[in-house]
Structures are given as C-alpha cells and as structure tokens.
Design a protein around this ligand. Structure first.
Ligand code: PLP
Length: 447
C-alpha cells in the first residue's frame, strides 16, 4: 500500500487551483505560498489526510490568519483602567489627530523653522511641561524606566546613590530599582529598613563619593503599620545642604488632584516639583493618559545634564510620541477639558450612575434572561497607581456552566473582548467599556 502522505498535492498544484488562484489576486503571493505550505504540512502530520474542509478552504483560512495584524484593538471589560498588558492609556482625540498629522508627512522634529537650521527634538513638549508643572526645564524620552536610567546616569554615574530599603521596588516584569541603578553606572547604597527609614540613615551613609539621594514612589503597593519614611521635601533639603542632588521617581504622572473622586494618596507632578527634587521622573501613559513616554522635569542644570548624556540618544522619543504627548498635555490647560477629553481621567471620574446605565444597556440588549444580572463591584486604577483605591462600579455578571470556556470565546472574537471570571461567573465591567463599544459587546453576548 502506498503511504497516503505521498499523495499530498504539490504547492504548485495547490496554487493553480481555482480557489487559491482567487486568493492570489488579493494577497501577496508569499503569504498564499506560506499558507499552502502550512496546509500541506498539517495534512502530512495528520497521516496524509486531506483537510476535511477541502484544500481551498484550508489555504484561505490560513491566509486570513496570517494576514491579521498581531497587534489589534481589544475591548477591555476587565475594569482595570490602566491595563499595562492592554496598552495602558487609550488616547484623547486631540492626541490621535496630532499623531495622524505628523505620521502622514514630514514634521519639523529637529528643525528650527525660524532660522532654517537644525533644531532640537527636546524643544517639543518642553514649554507646556514647564507651564503645567512649575519646573524650570523638562525633557521627554521613550518611557519612565528609560527616564530614570538616564537621570541616574546623568546625575550620579561613577558615584553613590542613597536609597531607602523600603523603596527598592520592582515595578512590573523587568523593572527593578537595583538593576536600573547598576546599568546607570551609579552605585546603590541602601539605608534604613523595609518599613522604616529616617533622615539620620541617609546622613550616616554619606561619604565623599555620594552624589544623589533617590526617592522612589511605592507605586504598586502600600506599607502599613509601624512605618516611617523621609518625605521628598526633607530629602531634597538634606541633599542640597550637602551639595548633592535629589531625584524623585514618581511613576504615575498624575497632573491634577483627583481626591474629590475618592482617589487620594498619589502625589501630583506639580506637588513633586514643588517639593524641590532636582529631577522628577514619570510615565506618559499612566495617570497622565498620553502615549508611552518617560518625562523628566526639574532644575535647569540637572535636565541639561540629562540632555547631554549619551543615554538620552538611546532612549529618545519619536515624533509620534512627541506629537501625541504635546496634544495630551495641552488639554491640561483647562482642568475640566482634561477630565472630559482624556479617556483615563474620564473613566476614573465617571459617575457611578452613568456606568450603571451602560451596564444596563448591555444587560438588556444581550437578552440573556436569568443567566445574566447586574453586579456591583470594584474597578481598579491599574498601572501601579492608587494600588489600594476601590472604585465602585457596575458589572454584567453571567452565569455559565463553563465560565472559562465562555471568556475564551469572548477573547476569540473580532475584536476580542477581555473579561474575567470570579465566583463562577463571567464579569464584564462597564467602566472600561466605551459607550461606542456597547453595541459590539451586546452582539458578542447574543452570538
Ligand atoms: C511605572 C513606574 C515606572 C516605569 O514606568 P514605565 O513607563 O513603565 O517605564 C518607574 N517608576 C515607578 C515608580 C513607576 O510607578
């Protein structure tokens, strides 16, 4: 008996078939060939059995899969507003328009339109950051981890940096303060204990090689109980009295006080600047609500040193980031506009009644009768910001015999819907589902 695997069609024969030829009219040949090879390989490893749906259909399905972009939008029904795995901050319309404008052509990125000569990319966003934060100077890089690496290298390379043991934190996957410190060329000097650090701890650690006192905001956790730490104001004074500098890794980039919405405890950028640190570092895509970026604001001399450091070139921001960030920052000139237009702020401050209306619209539209109901719960800020904050919210809770299979199905849709399972129920948080996504979610739940 001949091995059925020897009966498999050749790639050329598959490409010549009428169904596959039609694919070639709309897709690049290389893509169709890749899908045809994959279909034949799949049949070979299946003992030589032709695909049950037929060769044409198998190749077409393969082409469609391969043509899909790997990075595509999803609907965030998790209720985590700053979901790092889902791309953190959705952008404001003004930011999207600004990015589109510079993306489609040339832009005066490093060009001085007045003199017609070379300019600096660091000029963009600088003035608006100075205006909004009260700092003397500012610069923008790729992300906040890069910003801190740069600030440490520029202000303390070859010297000692004194940090409290309570602030040697890990912030998401591969960002650990001691590792960043090592790469910056500065030497870490740990002082105090995990729960308590006092001004004398810093003072005792100072020596002629000391260059910097570093304050790291404990973004993603809280220390409670018998604790004490040294406030940035005091740390900056201590540093300046000894001729040293003070850098504050702030993390979130909160620009306006949100305590009237129950979100307190996170220092704002203007407060951090006013505390007197020479450099304050923060993210563009956390509470600030802009594109991924790292922002450094502070004293003239310290920021100038950052600009001049070779690492600045390695972590520089591109024109799309600068355009999107500048447009986002401009919205902060009017607090109400910022809260209305910046999606992160809108979601964090949205009245519970509006969230409930959206959850109800989904529930009613989905017509799931007894299996689904409104559930009261909590959303999370995410992105390591306000770790303890509980944001009351309304969720659509769906009872299903196999909830894990159900959320898997929601993830397989186009666009995928990311929900979670808790207490044997599938939960969709209406806070992070945009009003314009409600119909799509309803259709998914009905389907
Ligand atoms: C989030 C965070 C960072 C890292 O910011 P990225 O923008 O993710 O690079 C650094 N420091 C603190 C304190 C943070 O909270």
């Amino acid at each position: 008996m001949t091995d059925p695997r020897r009966q498999l069609p050749s790639i050329d024969a598959l490409l010549a078939g009428s169904g596959v030829a039609a694919l070639l009219a709309v897709h690049p040949r290389a893509l169709v060939v890749k899908a045809a090879r994959a279909a034949v390989e799949a049949a070979r490893s299946n003992g030589g059995t032709a695909p049950p749906e037929g060769w044409d259909a198998a190749v077409r399905a393969g082409v469609e899969r391969l043509a899909l972009p790997s990075l595509a939008p999803v609907i965030n029904a998790t209720g985590v507003v700053l979901h790092t795995n889902l791309g953190r901050a959705p952008l404001a319309h003004a930011a999207i328009e600004a990015i589109t404008r510079v993306a489609s052509g040339y832009a005066a990125l490093e060009y001085d339109l007045g003199s017609g000569t070379r300019g600096s990319r660091h000029a963009h966003c600088r003035d608006v950051l100075v205006e909004l934060t009260g700092a003397e100077d500012a610069m923008v890089v790729n992300n906040a981890a890069g910003a801190l690496l740069l600030a440490l290298s520029a202000t303390a390379r070859g010297g000692d940096v004194v940090v409290s043991r309570g602030e040697l934190v890990e912030i998401g996957g591969s960002f650990r303060i001691p590792d960043i410190m090592a790469r910056s060329g500065a030497t870490l000097v740990e002082v105090g204990t995990t729960n308590r650090t006092h001004p004398q701890d810093y003072e005792r650690a100072l020596n002629p090689g000391s260059r910097l006192l570093l304050k790291v905001h404990r973004s993603n956790f809280q220390v409670t109980g018998f604790t004490s730490d040294v406030a940035v104001v005091e740390l900056a004074e201590l540093a300046h009295a000894r001729g040293l500098q003070c850098v504050y890794d702030l993390g979130s980039g909160l620009m306006i006080n949100l305590s009237e919405w129950g979100l307190s405890g996170e220092p704002t950028v203007p407060e951090a600047v006013a505390a007197g640190a020479d450099v304050v570092a923060f993210s563009g895509d956390k509470l600030l609500g802009g594109p991924q970026a790292g922002i450094l604001v502070g004293k003239t001399g310290a920021i100038a040193a950052c600009r001049a450091d070779p690492i600045a070139r390695a972590v520089r921001a591109d024109k799309l980031t600068l355009a999107g960030l500048e447009a986002t920052l401009a919205l902060y000139r009017d607090r109400d506009v910022a809260i209305r237009e910046i999606p992160v702020l809108r979601m964090l401050t949205e009245p519970l009644s509006i969230i409930k209306e959206r959850a109800e619209a989904i529930l009613t539209g989905a017509e799931m009768r007894g299996e689904a109901q409104l559930v009261e719960g909590d959303s999370e800020v995410g992105g390591g910001s306000f770790p303890e904050a509980k944001l009351r919210t309304w969720l659509v809770g769906i009872r299903h015999p196999a909830p894990d299979t159900y959320v898997e199905r929601l993830r397989s849709l186009a666009p995928p819907i990311i929900a979670r399972v808790a207490g044997g129920r599938v939960l969709l948080d209406a806070r992070t589902i945009f009003p314009e996504q409600v119909e799509t979610v309803i259709a998914a739940l009905r389907g």
